[in-house]
Design a protein around this ligand. Structure first.
Ligand SMILES: [Zn+2]
Length: 281
């Protein structure tokens, strides 16, 4: 192995003309690199503006979605961001990122890229307000609430601890559960999120998280149905897409029995990645 001479020594042996040529070449290279960097950023912006946020959309042809028997409700991912504020935090390759990440990259089978959006760690622990539903008798209201809380708490610690409150408290909740008489058809629940990139910070919100008090048969949901619905919608509220396996709680219809290893693996992968990053197939 040869020892390299220090740079100042090598520069010292160059003629003034050589130094001038190097200076001109270096300046040209810097301008060229700067233009390439701007072009690269513009390309990323363009890709990002085309990339839909991960969603569990209702009514995708060929899926059971909303049409399934007593289907667990759907999430409609809504981006409130303008293209100018949707700068990607990072660009990741699907081949490396999607390995061992459960169904996180499921949507890449039908689209070229997706954006990682989720709660920032600064929002932890997440506070969830779960009121008593306005039903009689009181024991039934408590039973329904207890089932929903049990479904939500299945995610606690993955990755955020969840703090559940029954009454409105001084600190506003991050997520407020709303009981609705009927969501129509066989929809048992519905959650919606919004996100935007504000000066490099991903702002994530769940403006609505609805649980239905009626099943497709017109009766109150059973404890198991409600628990599973709350768990499914909470998965969306954490930023998860749908799964393609009926054994996962994030499958579009209520076929799972509880959160699977794959559900946990997917949420862990989601929160391991840089928030706002663009995953490209
Ligand atoms: Zn869903």
């Amino acid at each position: 192995m040869q020892e390299r001479k220090p740079a100042w020594d090598r520069w010292g042996r160059l003629s003034p003309t050589s130094l001038l040529v190097i200076l001109i070449l270096s300046t040209g290279t810097m301008i060229w690199l700067s233009q390439r960097s701007r072009a690269g950023r513009a390309r990323m912006d363009e890709e990002l503006s085309r990339a839909p946020a991960p969603t569990g959309e209702c009514g995708i042809p060929g899926t059971q979605g909303c049409d399934g028997f007593e289907a667990v409700g759907e999430l409609t991912g809504v981006s409130t961001a303008q293209s100018a504020s949707r700068q990607p935090s990072a660009r990741l390759s699907a081949s490396e990122t999607c390995r061992n990440s459960g169904y996180l990259c499921q949507t890449l089978e039908s689209q070229d890229s997706l954006v990682v959006v989720r709660w920032p760690e600064s929002a932890f622990p997440l506070r969830i307000h779960v009121p008593l539903p306005a039903v009689e008798p009181a024991s039934l209201a408590r039973e329904l609430r207890s089932a929903a809380v049990s479904g939500l708490m299945a995610w606690s610690g993955h990755p955020s601890e969840l703090i559940i409150s029954e009454r409105s408290v001084a600190t506003p909740a991050d997520i407020v559960i709303e009981w609705v008489p009927d969501l129509g058809g066989q929809i048992l629940g519905q959650a919606r999120y919004e996100w935007e990139n504000r000066d490099g910070q991903i702002i994530f919100r769940v403006p609505s998280f609805l649980l239905s008090l009626r099943t497709g048969r017109g009766s109150y949901p059973s404890r198991d149905q409600l628990q599973l619905t709350a768990a499914h919608e909470m998965g969306h509220a954490l930023g998860l897409p749908h799964s393609d396996s009926p054994e996962d709680v994030m499958f579009p219809t209520n076929t799972a029995r509880s959160l699977s290893v794959r559900d946990y693996r997917t949420v862990e992968a989601l929160y391991r990645l840089t928030n706002g990053a663009l995953i490209v197939r």
